[in-house]
Design a protein around this ligand. Structure first.
Ligand code: ZN
Length: 172
């Protein structure tokens, strides 16, 4: 995971904001037709919350202050610090979970939509390929074009015939 934000495509490919909106709209619709992706996305998204609850269950003393009559002015600074650190850790975890979920379940839909629109992207790394040599291997990662592998033959078919629904089962 080399980026802190999902890399949907080569940065040198610059769609307009309208194109980007329709691109993600289509990618979302594609993803909604994939129960596996929806379930995986949801599961990954809940992991940080489970970790948070688990951590607070394991270390309840970190998050409680007992004010007794003998000691009525107990310092709440440690409690605030614990809460702050926990919240920051949770947000960082949540972001990485989001990144992982996007990369595993959504990214390939965006790239499929782009490929369907004829944008010459490398299927593996999304590098923008030179349009004049569509059959050449990707100069970035060496991957060969879609027609070269079994799992991508369906995608190729859906490019050739727009009525064919996408049916790739193993995006990786
Ligand atoms: Zn590549």
């Amino acid at each position: 995971m080399k980026s802190l934000w999902p890399v949907f495509h080569d940065p040198s490919y610059k769609p307009s904001s309208v194109e980007r909106l329709s691109l993600h709209w289509q990618a979302n619709l594609r993803m909604l037709r994939r129960p596996r992706d929806i379930v995986l996305f949801t599961l990954i998204s809940f992991v940080p919350l489970l970790l948070l609850v688990g951590f607070q269950t394991l270390f309840p003393n970190l998050y409680s202050v007992s004010i007794s009559q003998a000691n009525p002015t107990r310092d709440v600074a440690p409690l605030l610090l614990a809460a702050l650190v926990t919240m920051l850790a949770f947000l960082v975890l949540q972001h990485f979970a989001f990144l992982l979920a996007i990369n595993l379940t959504y990214l390939h839909h965006v790239r499929s939509v782009l490929l369907d629109r004829g944008v010459p992207l490398c299927v593996r790394c999304a590098h923008l390929l030179p349009p004049q040599t569509p059959e050449a291997a990707c100069p970035e990662c060496g991957a060969t074009p879609p027609s070269a592998t079994m799992s991508d033959s369906n995608r190729k078919a859906s490019i050739d015939d727009p009525t064919v629904m996408d049916s790739e089962d193993s995006p990786r």
